[in-house]
Ligand binder design. Structure first.
Ligand SMILES: Cc1ncc(COP(=O)(O)O)c(C=O)c1O
Length: 480
């Protein structure tokens, strides 16, 4: 958004805007069927009055370049006939039925807003730059100097040193592991993609808690799988419900679970529940995909053992990543599972993209080996505790009359339940206008709810204070 603002700084008349949009269409950058940003967003990006935008859009409509559909928005027209449109390819129509539909509108909107540095980021699942171990990691980055003799194609299994370091890391966390049972991936999301493409059957059922990060993704649906919600309250996934469903089910099934400091609820499953899931997976031959990427962000006490460490029969695939403890842009994580699975997935990796980039593997390997990562976690935990407590105080002072929450024992989020008189969708939009971003809870479930995800890691401390005050004012305004 900021870059766009700079690019468009000189667009101060409606003619400039018309000319710019015409140029984009002409150059094939914007294809027929592309949805235009809202009037308010355009006014913001071009830094002009709304009336200038309306005038520009009317002119473009007059020329037949764009068209509006009531209630649905404004699009680049597929029907207009001018020199401009003669050879215009309608990529939007063409790709409508592709295996991967465009992401949910709200998720795309939030993804864009999360890149807008003029907003106070109070929803994002990332560490603020002041929490990043700059000096120590810079040292590890320097260890990459003169490694270019190792830049050839690999065999998809990844760098041995990285896999060795991850297996040591997992052994320390109670999971018996060797380099052959580890596959480096470009983040946990890619791990899910590989497992889906390489191991799961079309038509199978993927069970997940009824509120879960997975509901914000298309990933299983696009591969012909059915996502089914399981009740999840307090610290327990309802295994009776799951068992009954498994008895009835004719399809092969798999469970996706994020057992420690779950995104977005921050619920951590208790030990009994973890053991029940292992039993169920044995009984029904149901693989478990254990996405444990928040494990290292514990604050009050170490989390319970990973499900993978309780499972002696190889049903569980464990996914980890450095996105949450370091930075998502490193795009580095891993899958841990039986060697046969790892071989199958590394073969798939060779077919798809020849494997994870060597550079983040080696930098993170160095960081783990030299003890930098463990030291970082110790200091990070102290900062997380401070931030969590600060956010809880601020929430109590500013929005305590309108909302409630449980204090998380780790992770990045506080899962805030608003009272019935708050319209969370409207609150989200009005906060964006006031310069604050939170993540509305409906993004993470298949039906509306009264929650929002607040992050205590993604802003500076000063912004956290200012942002929550703004939320308090917005709520007063909405309720009175
Ligand atoms: C539960 C969960 N799994 C996976 C991911 C994706 O992580 P990565 O950046 O490692 O791909 C996220 C990101 O928010 C997440 O919350």
């Amino acid at each position: 958004m900021k870059d766009k603002k700079i690019e468009n700084k000189l667009m101060n008349s409606y003619r400039d805007i018309v000319a710019l949009i015409e140029r984009k269409v002409e150059a094939g950058e914007w294809s027929a069927g592309r949805k235009l940003p809202t009037q308010r967003e355009l006014a913001d990006v071009f830094d002009v009055n709304r009336s200038t935008v309306i005038h520009a859009l009317d002119t473009l409509k007059g020329k037949g370049i764009i068209e509006s559909t009531t209630g649905s928005g404004t699009y680049i027209s597929s029907n207009f006939s001018s020199n401009l449109s003669k050879n215009l390819m309608n990529w939007n129509d063409f790709s409508k039925y592709s295996v991967h539909p465009t992401n949910y509108d709200i998720v795309r909107r939030i993804n864009n807003l999360e890149l807008d540095n003029s907003l106070i980021q109070l929803g994002k699942g990332e560490l603020h730059q002041e929490l990043f171990p700059k000096a120590a990691f810079n040292k590890s980055l320097r260890s990459l100097e003169n490694t270019y003799d190792q830049y050839g194609y690999n065999n998809g299994t990844g760098d041995y040193r990285f896999r060795q370091a991850i297996s040591t890391y997992l052994n320390e966390r109670g999971i018996s592991s060797s380099p052959n049972t580890i596959l480096p991936v470009s983040g946990a999301l890619q791990a899910l993609q590989l497992i889906t493409l390489g191991l799961l059957q079309q038509g199978s059922t993927v069970y997940a808690p009824y509120i879960s990060y997975i509901h914000s993704l298309h990933i299983f649906r696009t591969s012909g799988m059915r996502l089914k919600s399981i009740p999840f309250r307090k610290q327990t996934l309802n295994t009776n419900h799951l068992r009954e469903d498994l008895y009835r089910s004719q399809n092969s099934s798999v469970l996706y679970i994020n057992p420690s400091f779950q995104n977005p609820t921050t619920i951590t499953m208790d030990l009994n529940n973890r053991e029940e899931l292992v039993e169920l997976s044995n009984e029904f031959k149901m693989p478990i995909i254990e996405d444990d990427i928040f494990r290292d962000l514990w604050i009050d006490q170490k989390p319970l053992p990973p499900i993978a460490s309780l499972d002696n029969s190889g049903h569980t695939l464990l996914i980890g990543s450095f996105s949450k403890t370091m930075a998502p842009t490193l795009r580095i994580g891993w899958i841990s599972g039986p060697a046969d699975v790892i071989e199958k997935l590394s073969d798939l990796r060779m077919q798809l993209d020849y494997g994870t980039s060597f550079l983040p593997q080696l930098a993170v390997y160095d960081f783990l080996e030299t003890g930098g990562y463990d030291q970082h976690l110790v200091s990070l935990r102290e900062k997380l505790r401070y931030r969590r407590d600060m956010m809880v105080d601020l929430l109590e002072k500013n929005i305590g009359d309108y909302a409630s929450w449980e204090i998380p024992k780790g992770g990045m989020f506080i899962w805030v339940l608003f009272s019935e008189d708050v319209n969370v969708r409207k609150l989200f939009s009005s906060l964006v206008e006031r310069g604050v971003l939170i993540n509305p809870g409906f993004v993470y479930s298949s039906y509306p709810n009264q929650y929002a995800r607040f992050s205590f890691t993604s802003s500076s401390l000063e912004e956290m204070e200012r942002g929550i005050k703004i939320i308090g004012e917005a709520l007063k305004h909405q309720i009175t």
